[in-house]
Design a protein around this ligand. Structure first.
Ligand SMILES: *Cc1c(COP(=O)(O)O)cnc(C)c1O
Length: 385
């Protein structure tokens, strides 16, 4: 349960992100215990939240970093992640981004097309280096999640499909500046049905048999990220069930001797520790409903507008009986709605409203649309920047 230090919020400019670092540490400790059991390696998906304090806290706990841009590689290096534990994925890597990774000697490039593989080989040759690569496979496994966060179906832009694979392997066989490490998958995000991961394991097992039959050894199996969190009950199980998650992989794929299993978790690590704190500006009485108008909008948290996402919302400063509101922001777009028909303790001007489970894809996706200021972050155990 997150206890909000409301007295310390007085005088802070809203909206801002509040991060419960205690919960983040606890989450990382549980994650560490579970991965240590099996020798699994986790690379934190930087795109979920690239706040420098969060990155350095995660780096100090010994995780690697999964990056999807040169900027993220840079941020991970600055936060103290060792270069060889930085993995670089993404369907479109610019030359400078590939060079940056090569120059720093990052651990792996997750390659998504034969065209990209050729560019990496050329750039590595020019720098006199060898690029460690894994092939990102699109396994055509349905993640049973929102369409905008599904990535592992053949209709998605991501990864190498089974039809493309023989061509890629043929191209790779002649390359002198790439070293094949293994295969990578990432089939989607906010996955709560663990049978999805079991299906992924079956596909990974088949694929590695096929590759071995061709004489390739698969040193790394990287299953990506995607484990979901409970947005409806943020305080019920604030630490995700990592034990059950990893046991699926343990039960469903038999590791080869010396083989490493990698995971790239983002949301499940940082999702519950972050809360967007907003102020109620007014209550607007419409014809048929009441609108609680906040000073935060989709510029601070875009998930409801972009993915129809649900976030639990509470009024931190009211004990009055609940009323029903549409909770909306000030942005000049009809999609700037956090929730419709939501019960909140009676809202009055200047109440502090908490939008929970906003640690992942919240601050990281903030924008300055409408010339707004980017939100600040408040950590209870750190001085305010
Ligand atoms: C976004 C992403 C992840 C993390 O996904 P979560 O759902 O936040 O765990 C992992 N790997 C890749 C390649 C990604 O693009």
């Amino acid at each position: 349960m997150i206890i909000f230090p409301i007295e310390r919020f007085q005088g802070l400019r809203t909206p801002f992100y509040y991060y419960d670092t205690e919960l983040l540490r606890r989450t990382l400790d549980v994650l560490g215990e579970q991965t240590a059991r099996y020798g699994y390696q986790v690379h934190y998906a930087v795109k979920a939240n690239a706040n420098p304090h969060i990155l350095s806290l995660i780096a100090r706990k010994g995780l690697g970093a999964d990056c999807v841009s040169g900027g993220e590689v840079q941020a991970a290096l600055e936060a103290g992640f060792p270069a060889d534990r930085i993995f670089f994925a993404g369907v479109g890597k610019a030359d400078w981004e590939i060079r940056l990774g090569l120059e720093h000697g990052i651990g792996c490039f997750n390659v998504e097309s034969p065209a990209e593989l050729r560019v990496i080989d050329e750039l590595a040759a020019a720098l006199g280096r060898t690029a460690p690569v894994a092939l990102r496979i699109n396994p055509n496994v349905d993640a049973h999640t929102h369409a905008k966060i599904t990535t592992g179906l053949e209709e998605n832009k991501f990864g190498i499909t089974s039809g493309m694979l023989p061509g890629v392997l043929a191209v790779m066989a002649d390359m002198k500046h790439v070293r094949f490490l293994g295969i990578h998958f990432h089939i989607g995000s906010q996955i709560t049905d663990l049978s999805v991961f079991r299906n992924l394991c079956l596909r990974a097992g088949e694929l590695q048999d096929d590759l071995e039959a061709l004489g390739l050894s698969v040193a790394h199996l990287n299953f990506g990220g995607g484990l979901g969190i409970d947005y409806h009950h943020p305080d019920r199980f604030p630490v995700p069930d990592f034990e059950n998650y990893f046991s699926v992989f343990r039960q469903s794929v038999k590791p080869r001797p010396g083989q490493q299993f990698h995971f790239e978790l983002g949301r499940s690590i940082v999702g519950q520790c972050g809360t967007l704190i907003a102020k109620a500006l007014y209550v607007k009485e419409g014809e048929t409903k009441k609108f609680a108008v906040l000073d935060a909008g989709f510029t601070e948290l875009i998930r409801p507008a972009m993915y129809d996402a649900y976030h639990y919302i509470e009024n931190l400063t009211s004990n009055e009986p609940p009323e029903t509101y549409d909770v909306v922001g000030p942005i000049c777009e009809s999609s700037d709605v956090f929730a419709k028909g939501r019960k909140l303790n009676r809202v009055r001007r200047n109440d502090l409203i908490a939008i929970r489970s906003a640690g992942a894809y919240g601050e990281a996706m903030a924008s300055q649309y409408n010339c707004r200021r980017l939100p600040e972050a408040f950590f209870p155990d750190l001085p305010l920047e």
